[in-house]
Design a protein around this ligand. Structure first.
Ligand code: TNX
Length: 530
């Protein structure tokens, strides 16, 4: 049985607001506050973040209580069952209710349904319908059901039982790639710490975790054919701390954990620069055959693999081969940034071979946008990290590559670099791209950002968190939150929903949720926290 439509109530709501897709979410049309009142609590359908394509409150809701079950439909759909189990677990924690998971689709409760015909849902979208007999989540894919579940969590109180207000959400993402990066090379972070970040991101529908695994200061992943990379090269970090590395099993565990939350892992081995940790571990990776000293400072651009040596290519082939085998997602990121110690011709020749190695192991290349100055291979994705002051010819080279068919991931440093200070009072962080307050991180349009690049060439957006100055979980969260929620909304919500005033109220409404999850976020002065 479908949730009955409360047609009359729905019509009344629709009549009260302009008929644009995002109206309710962006402007809180179901907000009961009297006209003229200042910022007040948004009604549940108006505070969903990222803002959905459409959301309408209508009719009585569903009482989520001791009798609530999650129904996962037919038993033979293992993946849907898993989505249901995870959603039930996410609901149990804050509510203290048992929320068992049961087979079968009929009956009261939270119902998960795959329907290939779900209109406008695409690969990740969904429909959520709430009424007195339950909440029905419908999607074409398990990923869509997962995202629907995250929306449902936001319609419930932060703790205890409560009512899911009656209404409907229809939703689908604007961009396929919605990423966050963590640099575990400058400072080491444990798999447990990164898992916590994955949980925080996945609840806002971020679907990609880019791991910057290697840099001058440390090599963080065990590679069987080159064991000293992790064993020796992992034993350092910025500031002289002990560093660390992940075993292959730990990495697999993280990838699986992220996968269950529909977050793909994109691992990065940065080359031909940013390789001092490798060159300290193996003398043969240096042109002069001498191992480098370990490095714990924060300079960039001084190291380079030995481009003229065949052994270099055996090295990258074996490393990328092992990495490809560990990585279920389609991409390997090969860095390619700030190769200031590699002459341009050598850089281009090296990147040709590195891209060949990625293709040989069945993966698609992502590289920082400097690859545009060499020869990006067919299908290679470029990650743009320029900023307002980036020289026009550099931007034009990226735009030309996009025109030639290279999809772009946008990570403008003066918008999405989570290691940039909010303002002059921020203790951790850098400021080479300027300060990035919360509004600046959100208030720009990825679809029109780069001159000459239409939205169709934009694969998505990503917020990198470089860790030269960030060594602890509280600092990592302080820099990421709340700015990374802006990234989540830029990546997911329709362009019409992008409005700073409305967004800042949705963001403020997330505070109790972040508090209850013990997230150390920055109470930025540009957000109307209550
Ligand atoms: C630039 S962004 C870098 C990193 C630094 C970062 C610090 C990029 C591709 N390279 O090596 O960690 O700035 O903000």
């Amino acid at each position: 049985m479908r949730v009955p439509r409360r047609a009359l109530a729905a019509l009344l709501v629709l009549a009260a607001v302009p008929a644009t897709a995002s109206c309710t979410a962006a402007h809180g049309a179901d907000d009961p506050r009297p006209a003229g009142a200042g910022p007040a609590a948004l009604a549940p359908y108006g505070r969903i973040l990222p803002a959905p394509v459409s959301a309408h409150a209508a009719g009585p809701g569903y009482a989520f209580g001791p009798g609530t079950v999650v129904r996962t439909g037919t038993t033979d759909d293992e993946e849907v069952r898993k989505v249901g189990e995870l959603l039930a677990e996410q609901l149990r924690g804050p509510s203290g209710l048992p929320v068992p998971v049961v087979d079968g689709a009929e009956g009261d409760g939270i119902r998960l349904r795959i329907d290939e015909g779900t209109e406008g849902a695409g690969a990740e979208g969904y429909r959520l319908e709430s009424g007195p007999d339950g909440v029905t989540l419908t999607a074409r894919t398990p990923a869509g059901l997962f995202h629907a579940g995250q929306t449902l969590r936001q319609l419930l109180p932060v703790s205890g039982p409560g009512t899911v207000p009656g209404g409907t959400v229809t939703d689908a993402p604007r961009f396929a790639y919605r990423g966050a990066m963590v640099d575990v090379a400058r400072h080491f972070f444990t798999v447990e710490q990164v898992k916590r970040y994955v949980d925080q991101l996945a609840q806002y529908k971020v679907n990609t975790l880019h791991l910057h695994l290697t840099d001058d200061q440390g090599w963080r992943l065990a590679i069987d054919s080159w064991p000293k990379l992790a064993q020796y090269g992992g034993g350092s970090e910025v500031g002289g701390g002990p560093g660390g590395y992940w075993t292959k099993d730990q990495y697999r565990d993280l990838v699986a954990y992220a996968g269950e939350r529909y977050v793909d892992v994109v691992p990065e081995i940065d080359m031909p620069g940013h390789v001092n940790a490798a060159q300290a571990s193996y003398a043969e990776l240096n042109c002069d055959g001498k191992a480098r000293e370990r490095y714990t400072g924060i300079k960039v651009g001084f190291s380079s693999l030995c481009v003229g040596k065949e052994r270099t290519y055996e090295f990258i082939d074996q490393v990328l081969g092992e990495l490809a085998e560990l990585t279920p997602g389609p991409y390997l990121h090969i860095g390619g940034d700030e190769a200031h110690s590699t002459p341009a011709a050598d850089y281009a020749a090296f990147m040709d071979r590195a891209q060949e190695a990625v293709a040989k192991h069945g993966k698609t290349v992502i590289a920082w946008h400097q690859l545009a100055t060499a020869h990006p291979a067919p299908g290679a994705v470029l990650q743009y990290w320029g900023h307002d002051r980036t020289a026009a010819p550099e931007k034009a080279a990226v735009a030309a590559a996009a025109k030639a068919g290279h999809p772009l991931i946008l990570s403008p440093a003066d918008r999405l670099y989570l290691d940039m200070k909010y303002d002059a009072t921020t203790k951790p962080g850098l400021a080479w791209a300027g300060f990035v307050p919360v509004r600046r991180a959100y208030d720009w349009d990825p679809g029109t950002y780069l001159a000459g690049v239409p939205e169709s060439e934009i694969l998505g957006v990503e917020a990198p968190l470089w860790t030269e100055t960030i060594a602890t979980r509280p600092d990592l969260e302080y820099m990421a939150f709340p700015r990374v929620l802006g990234l989540a909304e830029l990546g997911w919500s329709p362009p019409a929903a992008r409005d700073w005033t409305a967004y800042s109220r949705r963001l403020a409404a997330q505070a109790p949720r972040l508090d209850s999850q013990d997230v150390n976020y920055h109470r930025a002065p540009d957000v109307p926290w209550r």
